[in-house]
Design a protein around this ligand. Sequence first.
Ligand SMILES: Cc1ncc(COP(=O)(O)O)c(C=O)c1O
Length: 475
Amino acid sequence: MISQKYAKNVRSFPIEDIRQRIVGVSVKVPLLDGTRRPYVNFDNAATAPALWDVMETIDLFMPWYSSIHRGKGFKSEISSQAYDRAREIVGRFFGADPAEQVVIFGKNSTEAINKAARRIGLTRDDVVLVSLMEHHSNDLPWREQAQTVHIGLAADGSLDMADVARKFAEHAGRVRLLAISGASNVTGFINPIHELAALAHANQALILVDAAQLAPHRAIDMRPAADPGHLDFLVASGHKMYAPFGAGVLIGPRAIFAHGAPDYAGGGTVEIVTEDDVYWASPPDRDEAGSPNVIGAVAMAAACKALAEIGMERLAEHEARLTAHALRELGQIAGVELYGDADPARAGERLGVIPFNLRGVSHYLLAAILGAEYGIGVRNGCFCAHPYVLHLLDIPDPVAWSWRKQVVAGFRAHLPGLVRLSFGCYNTEEEIDWLAAALRKIARGEILGNYVQDPASGAFHETAFHPDWNGYFKI
Ligand SMILES: Cc1ncc(COP(=O)(O)O)c(C=O)c1O
C-alpha cells in the first residue's frame, strides 16, 4: 500500500505504469546542444534505479530505526523484528527452505561469493567448475581457494553443455562445486540452472548460482533439497533489484555455515569469548560480522515484495518485448554488429542485455556520444568479464597478449570492447527508438561534438560539454 506522499509517483500496477514506480524516471539531463531531455537508462545490469516502494518502506522505517538484536528498547525491538522479517521475505522470494538453508545478508554478490568460497571448506585439491562467461566476481574468489576449471562456450557465447558433462567426467571425484551465473551480464544468456544442478548433484558436487543478473528479471526457486535440481547456494545484489541501499545476500545450506570459523571475525559472530578461546554463534550470526546493514536488508525485502506483487512473469514478458524490438531495430542499422543471440524470435529465452559495436566507432567513443548528445546511459568495455568478451570478439591469443601489455603499461586507448544495452522493467520501446535514431546518425558520421580520449582510461570527453554538475546535485 503506497501512502499519500508517494501516491503521485505510483499510480497503478499494470506494466505500462511500472515507470511510475521508478525513482527519477522522468528526470531530464543536459545535452551537448544545450537542450535537456529525459534520461534514458540502458545500464540496468550495472545497477538499477530504486523503486518508490523501496523508498517508501525505508521512509516509514527510518523513525523506528535503531540498534538491533541486543538492544531492549522499543525501537530496537522494532528494528530487530524488521531485520529478521527481511531475512524471511528475501529467503521466501528465492524459494529457500528456512529449516535447511540460511539467508546471510552482506554487501553484494561479490562479497557473498567470496564468503561462500572461504566458508565451504575447499582445499587446494578440490576442483571448482566455473564457466568462461562468468563475471570476475564468480571466478576470482574460487581461484584463491581451489583449482578452478573453466567450462567452454559455444561460438555465440552460450554455455557449452557438452563441456559441462566433459569437465565433470575429466575431474571425476574432485569437483566439489559448480559455480555458474544464472544469466550473463554481457549477453543476457540464461543458463539452465536446474539442469546444471541435477548434473552437479549426480556428480556429488554442489552448485552455486550467481543470480546477480537473473534475480531482477526472473522468478527463482531454489527448490527443496530432495529435488535433484535444487540450488545449494544462491547470491544476489539489492542494487540490481531496485533496492540500492548496500545489501546483498548469500543463501546456502545451514549445515555448512554452522561449521568452522567465519571469514570475518568480530562482534556479533560469537556465542562467548574467553581470553584465549571463542565459541562461534549459530548461522546466520556467525557470518554477519559487525553491525549489519539493517536499512539495506529492509530495502531488499521491500524490493522482493514489490517485484513479487508486480509479477516476475509480467516483467519478463515486458522485457522480452523490449529485447525483441531492440534486436529488430539495431539489426537493421548498417554497421551495427550484434553479439550473442541476435534473433528477436528468441528474446523471451534470454535477458534484455544486448552487446554490440558500431563498425568504425570505438566503443569508448560511442558510449560518450550517446551520453553527451542523446542523454542515453550505456556501459562500454569488457564488463568485468574479460575472457568472455575476448571470446565474443574472437580475439586471438597473441593479440590479447599485446593488449594485456598495454593495460599493464597504463595505456587503454585501443582496448577492444563492446557497448552494452541492459533493460530494466521500466524501459520503453520509445526509448529504444531514440537510441536507434541516434545510432543511425552516428553511423552516417553526424556527430556534433569534438571528443578527445584519455589514453590512460580510454574514455572520451567532449571538449565543450561543461554542464553545471553542482546545479543537479551537490552534497
Ligand atoms: C553476473 C554478475 N555477477 C556478479 C556481479 C557482482 O555484483 P556486485 O557488484 O553487486 O557485487 C555482477 C555485477 O555486475 C554480475 O553481473
